[in-house]
Design a protein around this ligand. Structure first.
Ligand code: ADP
Ligand code: MG
Length: 702
């Protein structure tokens, strides 16, 4: 490479010693390349300088230019402030600094022309710029100085050493002036740049820092985002190819007696097309001879459990055990029940292992497991513990993996010798496929994008406290019609006792409205012994109770088709995917179901978007998209490994189209030329080698 990009910043004139050290410690900038990748986060468009008079009457974010007046000090103590005025031909604007007055007086010179940028605020009835960004207007301004000025993020420490946005800009300008295509070699094949109409690398870097026009800026951004995502995708696809070559897995050749018998005699419904497609994908994986690592995404209620079961039957037909791990005791119990019911009469031994399985029961379960007498083991994290030994584990399935850490996944791997088990990870947090492939980099992705027939979309409404009476009436109507109702209270991590209070207060008032013996209420919360939880769930399932009062322990997976109303108290306190999960508990039967989001307080902007989204759509993909926009991809499980965190310019929330195109291009390149041997691909290979020198999959491709 370019030696140039790898030079330490300390080699640049004026950036030695302390400044270089600070750049490293505060911003992680070590090399010239790092500095060039410290892209501006915003630009001041100097073509948009406005007359001061206009700014005074239309307060907004303003960029003005004028001559600075002498400074005045006003007020005392904490009210002390520094005031000056900026004057152009049309008017005068007040500038105020509440802090750092001394420094400001030292660096700004009255009588000189400045541009000032900031948000106009009303201060004592007057339009004022508070803490404006000021910049001296150079008389010998080049045209570039009059267009876009880059604004860089920086820190207080760096600013003190002169590396505020202007300081950084100065160094960037000096660097940019030296850039030639020779110093910054192109890393994307020219024919791709041509077809995608993207600028070259050197030009893009120049323009991202000092764009001569809006169009040039957009092109530069697009190019750099594409570049970043292309290499991320190449990297992901290569490590996947590498893994497929390296990670030998058990071969499940036979789709045998158990599977076929279940399919023709026991399966209580016709599989949806999506379920069939996913089954084919899984069957194919299991027969390939390399280890399966597949993510199964499917909206709540899309029928993932039966797919899991059928995969387990294939394992059984090939002489292997399977386990299914759920995040909560309740869910594990429920899976256990439904799996046992589904295979009843087939002679399959199903065991359960959770924290509450103790004593002799536990001992026997472990013993049978080790002897191979148990075919399926269903449980919680307890399954991952050391004393749990399988005779021959061939398939491990985790449900609702957003509660599953990476370490736990690793623990699963160790349960099988000589090869790791095939892994199927199920989640009800659907996100677009390309994004899933990127975020869960090492997984293949299957999607169930269809609900079983006959489901009616859940009707969702946002109700304020003034509808409390109506809510009670509505619940009574539904119960009279034979339905059941969930009422969920939020769980505040910091204050479990407050939660309980919440729930208990709610419960008390419910008990006044819904009295025994006509009405029975179940209660489930996180601090109950799990045997009690289980009993309460069973009572609700058996319709002995009509109302289930709970904290979010019922969030995932629980399946009670007769329940048709989900009331969520303090709905604004729940995250979007949680709300969607909760709503997924109803709408599972043939009846019309309802989700009522109760809220009392004033809603924050985010909360309003969340609740409105819930009312607008039942589509998990749409909801996941909004969630992603609100929270960013960093919150999704698995992102830490994926390289997504290191993105400098691409934003997965917004750049879906570019991501898709990068994925397609990367796949095409590697399909044609897996080892990147074509002359046109040498630039890609060089860049990958240089930027990912430690990557295992890379070191092999010589
Ligand atoms: P989830 O994907 O949320 O885990 P489940 O596996 O719990 O969904 O399935 C939800 C309900 O739908 C269950 O009662 C299940 O028996 C039922 N179900 C699954 N697949 C089908 C199908 N193809 N046709 C009809 N009902 C189905
Ligand atoms: Mg489920």
């Amino acid at each position: 490479m370019s030696q140039f990009l790898r030079e330490p910043v300390s080699s640049l004139p004026g950036l030695g010693g302390i400044k270089a050290a600070l750049l490293q410690s505060e911003l992680g900038i070590v090399t010239v390349g790092d500095l060039l990748q410290h892209y501006p986060y915003r630009y001041v468009d100097k073509t948009l300088i406005r007359p001061i008079r206009e700014v005074l009457t239309h307060p907004d974010t303003a960029l003005v230019q004028g001559v600075l007046s002498p400074f005045q000090s006003h007020g005392h103590g904490h009210k002390k402030r520094l005031v000056a005025y900026l004057r152009d031909e049309t008017g005068t604007l007040e500038l105020i600094w509440f802090k750092g007055g001394k420094v400001i007086e030292g660096i700004l010179h009255p009588g000189q022309a400045y541009t000032a940028y900031g948000k106009i605020q009303r201060f004592r009835g007057k339009a004022t710029l508070v803490h404006p960004e000021m910049e001296l207007v150079r008389t010998a301004a080049t045209p570039r100085d009059l267009t876009f000025d880059p604004i860089y993020s920086t820190t207080e420490g760096l600013s003190k050493k002169g590396l505020d946005t202007k300081g950084i800009r100065k160094f960037q300008r000096a660097l940019i002036s030296r850039i030639t295509p020779g110093l910054v070699p192109e890393n994307i094949p020219q024919h791709l740049l041509d077809t995608l109409r993207l600028p070259g690398r050197a030009e893009a870097i120049r323009h991202i820092h000092f764009p001569p026009s809006q169009k040039a800026l957009e092109d530069a951004r697009k190019r750099l985002k594409f570049e970043e995502l292309l290499f991320l995708q190449l990297d992901l696809l290569l490590s996947k190819k590498h893994r497929n070559r390296e990670l030998i897995g058990y071969v499940f050749e036979a789709v045998g007696e158990h599977f076929n018998r279940f399919y023709s005699e026991f399966l209580p419904f016709e599989l949806t097309e999506a379920q069939k497609r996913v089954m084919r994908e899984i069957r194919r994986d299991l027969g390939l001879g390399s280890q399966m690592n597949r993510l199964l995404q499917g909206d709540v209620g899309s029928g993932k459990t039966v797919v899991a079961l059928m995969a387990m039957l294939i394992a059984l037909d090939n002489g292997y055990q399977s386990c299914l791990v759920a995040p909560t005791e309740i869910l594990a119990q429920q899976h256990y029940q439904s799996v046992k019911d589904l295979v009843k009469g087939m002679g399959i031994q199903v065991g359960i292992l959770t924290g509450s399985v103790t004593g002799q029961a536990r001992k026997l379960t472990l013993q049978y497991l080790a002897e191979g007498k148990l075919h399926f083991l269903i449980g919680t994290h307890a399954v991952l513990e050391d004393p749990v030994v399988f005779q021959q584990l061939g398939l491990a399935i985790t449900d609702e993996q957003h509660r599953f850490g990476v370490a736990q996944r690793a623990a699963l791997w160790k349960k099988s010798k000589p090869h790791p088990p095939h892994v199927l990870v199920m989640t009800a947090t659907p996100i677009p496929r390309t994004l899933a492939l990127t975020i869960y980099g090492d997984l293949d992705v299957s999607i169930i994008d269809e609900l079983p027939p006959g489901r009616k979309p859940v009707k969702t409404e946002l109700w304020y406290e003034n509808k409390r009476l109506r809510l009670i009436g509505f619940m009574k109507e539904q119960i009279a019609a034979g339905r059941q109702v969930y009422i969920v209270y939020p769980l505040i991590e910091e204050s479990a006792s407050l939660d309980l209070l919440n729930l208990e207060e709610g419960l008390a008032s419910l008990q006044r409205e819904f009295q025994r013996p006509q009405y029975q209420i179940s209660v489930v919360h996180g601090r109950m012994p799990s045997a009690d939880k289980e009993m309460e769930m069973q009572r609700f399932l058996a319709r002995e109770t009509q109302i289930m009062v709970a904290t979010t322990v019922i969030e995932v997976g629980v399946n009670i088709p007769n329940a048709s109303v989900m009331v969520i108290e303090n709905a604004e306190r729940f995250g979007l995917s949680q709300l969607h999960q909760l709503r997924g508990r109803v709408g599972r039967g043939a009846d019309q179901s309802y989700c009522i989001l109760m809220t009392s307080g004033r809603l924050s902007e985010d909360a309003r978007v969340r609740l409105q989204t819930m009312c607008r759509t039942n589509n998990g993909f749409e909801i996941a998209d909004v969630d992603l926009k609100l929270r960013g991809p960093g919150d999704l499980e698995g992102t830490r490994q994926s390289g997504v965190q290191g993105l400098k310019i691409a934003d997965l929330r917004e750049d879906g189209a570019i991501l898709q195109s990068a994925r397609t291009v990367a796949a095409k390149i590697l399909d044609a030329d897996e080892h990147l041997e074509f002359p046109a691909h040498q630039c890609l290979k060089r860049h990958l080698r240089e930027t990912r020198p430690h990557d295992r999959s890379w070191s092999r491709i010589s």
